[in-house]
Design a protein around this ligand. Structure first.
Ligand code: NZQ
Ligand code: ZN
Length: 390
């Protein structure tokens, strides 16, 4: 482990079937005005909304609502949310939903009082929150698993006019103060979303794993997380109400992207940059944009990180290396990964997500190039990978 780092994580987690009771412990810490943020209505259908509102009322809160947060929340919606937060004089933003709702809540939290266009400030100029800007605290009740937004500072916003989908990773003063993780709250997720979330988790782990050459404890932790994920995903796709599998998946998601396994790693994130560019042009489901580009990407960079790909094949996919070259082992690992992806029902090409060859130049332009992985891609290489992903 050769990197230098500091580590802290301020988010308090309540996990399990009774996790929502944690709200009774947290709410008294904040003022009366709560901005309740949620998405398109799933929480009204599955009863989570009623449960949360009852607890807010029992704690004497004034409830202001900001609903209709769409998957891949937009800069227009963010501006609307800032207005609502100011009108409500919000003391706490309570996000009830998936990564989109939680990301959006964090964006409103730092933007409502920033005094300028938040898209320009945080997503184009990548500025930090000014010292004097009031950050409204955020709490989260998670209903969709995958992003890790419940325990990190990530906040991804899409600007359709500019065809950009960009994530800003804020500091730990923007992390949710607390998150409620009840695996049963995810049971009503459509299967497509559940599977997309599972792959989002896998991609988060892989994009940290496939970087660096040193012997790093984080890599061993990630191999364990991956094996648990592969195992539990196979159970959950057959039986979505298997509590043990769904709870493991929820916990892996949190640890995959709460900054812990990134320690001492340079980290890659190019698959996310490709996926986000696709998302900016198609508005497709986040996890599926990642699965659609992953196999062409990993096969392309394999020669540049050969030793790590061979290790991945053996330690995660249990490929027997005897009598084989590193290259053969590494490819066998990726083949096993591809077979598993197909088995659980992931989208394996961009065409299915609404992309076509005419869109590729635009998607290339929207793709940020990262430098922490095994290969820094050129524009031509990005085009090639996207074309192979169609
Ligand atoms: O809007 P509602 O009605 O709630 O429906 C949602 C939405 O349609 C539905 N859903 C959520 N929980 C449900 C449910 N339906 C039934 N029962 C439930 N219990 O699922 C759909 C997708 O929800 P969404 O929040 O969009 O999914 P996800 O959690 O995958 O979040 C995606 C967003 O997070 C960003 C993505 O880019 C995307 O914008 N990310 C955030 C990251 C972070 N904060 O660090 C990192 C990730 O890599 C990712 O980029
Ligand atoms: Zn992701």
């Amino acid at each position: 482990m050769l990197g230098n780092f500091t580590y802290s994580n301020p988010t308090k987690l309540y996990f399990g079937k009774e996790a929502l009771d944690g709200l009774n412990k947290e709410l008294p810490k904040y003022g009366k005005n709560v901005l309740l943020v949620y998405g398109g209505g799933s929480i009204k259908k599955n009863g989570i909304y009623d449960k949360v509102v009852a607890i807010l009322k029992a704690n004497g809160k004034n409830i202001f609502e900001d609903s209709g947060v769409m998957p891949n929340p937009t800069s227009d919606k963010l501006n609307e949310g800032c207005e609502r937060a100011r009108t409500a004089k919000a003391d706490l933003i309570l996000a009830v939903g998936g990564g989109s709702v939680c990301d959006y809540a964090k964006a409103v939290s730092v933007s409502a009082h920033c005094g300028e266009d938040p898209w320009e400030k945080y997503y184009i100029r990548f500025e930090d929150v000014d010292e004097n800007t009031k950050i409204i605290p955020v709490g989260c009740v998670l209903t969709m698993v995958g992003t890790g937004s419940e325990m990190n500072g990530g906040s991804v916003i899409t600007n359709h006019a500019q065809k950009l989908k960009i994530g800003h990773v804020f500091g730990d003063n923007v992390f949710p103060k607390f998150s409620v993780l009840n695996p049963e709250f995810t049971y009503t997720l459509p299967k497509y979303q559940m599977i997309a979330g599972i792959y989002d988790i896998m991609s988060h782990i892989l994009e940290q794993y496939f970087s660096g050459e040193d012997d790093n404890t984080s890599d061993y932790v990630m191999e364990g997380l991956l094996r648990s994920l592969i195992h539990s995903a196979e159970i959950a796709v057959v039986n979505p109400t298997d509590y043990e599998a769904r709870s493991n998946i929820m916990w892996i998601a949190t640890w995959a992207l709460n900054t812990f396994v990134a320690k001492g790693k340079t980290t890659d994130w190019e698959v996310h940059m490709l996926g986000q560019a696709v998302g900016a042009h198609t508005d497709a489901t986040h996890g599926m944009t990642l699965s659609a580009v992953s196999m062409p990407y990993y096969r392309y960079i394999l020669p540049y990180g050969l030793k790590k790909f061979a290790r991945y094949a053996v330690n995660v996919w249990r490929v027997n290396p005897q009598g084989k070259t590193d290259e053969e082992v590494a490819h066998e690992g990726l083949n096993a990964m591809e077979a598993w992806m197909k088995k659980i029902g992931l989208v394996m090409n961009l065409t299915e997500l609404g992309a076509n060859e005419q869109m590729l130049d635009g998607i290339v332009k929207s793709t940020l190039v990262m430098e922490g992985g095994y290969k820094v891609l050129t524009q031509d290489e990005i085009y090639t990978i996207l074309k192979q992903s169609l």
